[in-house]
Design a protein around this ligand. Structure first.
Ligand code: NAI
Ligand code: MG
Length: 335
């Protein structure tokens, strides 16, 4: 049996609780794990003077993949640099994956199974912003490169094939942003067209936002730039049950970090009421990344069974604790 090295990055607030729950599910599988641990977040800042110690980056690089909980962003520390952004940059985690799949719950629309792949390193988020005219004018740069567009499109296509999808939709705004979005559009479409098993489609971002609400079942894989992907992925997650279920992955050439989309929910921390399913579904994505597709499916199916049985936390209409909801998933792994 292969021994997988998985680095846990619990973080702050409910991060440690949901990460522990996901670890519990992983340990119930017929796989062998060696666990590494990394400090990250505001608690780490208080103890070590940095929210992302070098040792943490090293542990992530030593592992086959990492599972991250959540961090708290302190409101008023000048020069506090987000450890999440820094981690994505330093490790060059260039593709952000956000699956969005219907679950058997009243809060979820039915018939949806899509994967949104967002470019994670450039666009308006990497371009420098500046103030001009004594603060009367603010300017931001949207930076798009052929290299980043190509590799994220390639990642989206490879993922599509691996997960049995047959269509990739390139989302852009090239009718207005002719150079930036135009470069992304041309490059990504060329990559998708190079995969003969995949159907290439393109859509303007505003149309896509509308279509996600009108008829989300039409989408399979969506690939887009950083800003558009940020907005569309949050929109998409609300179609199928919201934050308690939204999982994600940050994938690069060297490693990958999986994480629930939600934050540290400080008010829930320590109450045992946090929903662990987003973290557990992120762990399923991690399994898929490790090549353990069958075990990934088992976890996903068990999560769906627990949801269908109402064996969930209160945000989804149940009455279980965080640990209880994780146990409900474990109990259904073989059912
Ligand atoms: P949040 O995601 O922590 O919470 C938003 C709302 O959803 C709250 O009502 C919370 O109780 C609920 N919620 C979140 N996760 C839940 C779960 N697993 N089960 C049940 N309910 C859940 O976002 P918020 O309140 O805006 O931010 C709190 C802190 O988290 C801030 O410091 C923020 O900067 C940070 N944050 C960190 C992220 C990360 O680590 N990737 C992402 C988003 C926010
Ligand atoms: Mg966001």
């Amino acid at each position: 049996m292969r021994d997988y090295r998985v680095c846990l990055l619990p973080g702050d607030g409910i991060g440690p609780e949901v990460t522990r729950a996901a670890k519990r599910v992983l340990e119930a599988l017929p796989l062998r794990f060696t666990w590494l641990n990394g400090e990250i977040g505001f608690e780490a800042y208080r103890r070590f003077g940095t929210p992302l110690p070098d040792e943490t980056l090293e542990a992530i690089l030593q592992a086959d993949a990492s599972l991250f909980g959540a961090v708290t962003t302190p409101p008023d520390i000048p020069n506090y640099r987000s450890p999440v952004l820094r981690m994505r940059q330093e490790l060059d985690l260039f593709a952000n994956l956000r699956p969005c799949r219907s679950v058997p719950n009243a809060q979820s629309r039915q018939g949806i199974d899509l994967m949104l792949v967002r470019e994670n390193t450039e666009d308006l988020y990497a371009g420098a912003e500046r103030l001009e005219e004594g603060g009367e004018r603010a300017v931001g740069e949207m930076v798009i490169t052929r290299r980043a567009s190509e590799r994220v499109a390639r990642a989206a296509c490879e993922l599509a094939l691996k997960r049995g999808f047959s269509k990739v939709t390139v989302v852009h705004k090239a009718n207005v942003l002719r150079q930036t979005s135009g470069l992304f559009r041309r490059t990504a479409l060329e990559v998708v067209r190079g995969f003969s098993a995949l159907q290439a489609e393109e859509m303007l971002v505003d149309t896509c936002a509308m279509e996600l609400v009108r008829a989300p079942e039409q989408f399979e894989v969506i690939v887009t730039t950083n800003l558009f992907g940020d907005i569309l992925s949050d929109e998409a997650s609300m179609l199928v049950g919201g934050l308690g279920l939204a999982s994600s992955g940050n994938v690069g050439a060297r490693t990958a970090v999986f994480e629930p989309v939600h934050g540290s929910a400080p008010k829930l921390a320590g109450t045992g009421r946090a929903n662990p399913l987003a973290a557990i579904l992120s762990a399923a994505m991690l399994l898929e990344y490790l090549g353990e597709s069958e075990q990934a499916r088992r976890v996903e199916v068990a999560v769906r069974r627990a949801i269908a049985a109402g064996q969930v936390t209160e945000d989804l209409g149940g009455s279980l604790s965080t640990d209880g909801a994780a146990e409900a998933v474990v109990e259904r792994l073989d059912a």
